[in-house]
Design a protein around this ligand. Sequence first.
Ligand SMILES: [Fe+2]
Length: 361
Amino acid sequence: MLRQLLDPRSSTWTYLLADDATRDAVLIDPVFEQYTRDAALVRELGLTLRYTLETHVHADHVTAAWLHHQQAGSQIVVSAAAGAEGADVLVRPGDVIRFGGRVLTVRATPGHTDGCVSYVSDDARMVFTGDALLVRAAGRTDFQHGDARRLYRSVHDQLFTLPDDYLVYPAHDYQGRTASSVGEEKQHNPRLGGARSVDDFVGYMDNLGLPHPKQIDVALPANLRCGRPERDDVVPPVSTWGPVVRSYAGEPQVGPAWLEEHLDEVLILDVREPAEFVGELGHLPGAMLVPLGQLRGRVAELPRDRPIVTVCRSGGRSAQAALILEAAGVTRVANLTGGMVLWHSLGLADAATAATAATAD
Ligand SMILES: [Fe+2]
């Protein structure tokens, strides 16, 4: 299994790979700000995150390796040549990372930085090249001990020697290109392919005229700690009022079992139509009814002294309601997973029915 995930701010590609049979997974080059999204995907697909793998010490974003390690217990893998502190596994050329029945083999591809590695999957015929080889480009070589001659040798000796059909998955792309192949880059890469000599490449790289990376002063020191924040309290925002989990769809969710225990601590906001509110599924005790279609215009009516849990029939409309409230500045809000249907199927506390509807309405 392969999923390609984008961090739009830094144009970084993160890769989730998993063994379909055992559900063991790895993330290559996870981004700190995308931790919640990526962790949600791992959770929803029923995967166990075994490793996070860095292709190199990045200058343009902070890795989420430490966060995943803290939250999921995944092992942090970096190249021994990268000089980072806090890794669980320091890899060298020829080392293998195993997850389930799958294997990634490490190849040293320095030149963009001196610790750059690529990860080769021979069984899936693909290679994760970091910033060594990009689609029709190559990582810059003007800082972090960059060395264009070294990068040329790395690409030609370690990557262009792979079979032509191996797919190339880079760490970045700035023009929406997702992947390439070894054969394609050998032929069409304007910096490294075709008949380009090492001197052609050096001349090209010496004249890129790129600006200094904006994030480098923050990213480099953080990545040399594998993404561990300077202060441990600087972690992704965690809800303080309940076990709110954000789905891969981006929706804040709480489960029915937790809600049943905390019904009097939250405002239940039911966003169904009035007829459903008093229908056969009933509604939760004390629920306030604001149909979804009216919600945007009635946000000001909602009390803010308690967190809000949105509810509907199956949890779909109420998930949109939670997002509408977040967009309107409500910070303590979550959707009830599965709505009234799941609530009933779990046999939780009886919902009020038509008899009490008049007061609740
Ligand atoms: Fe880089």
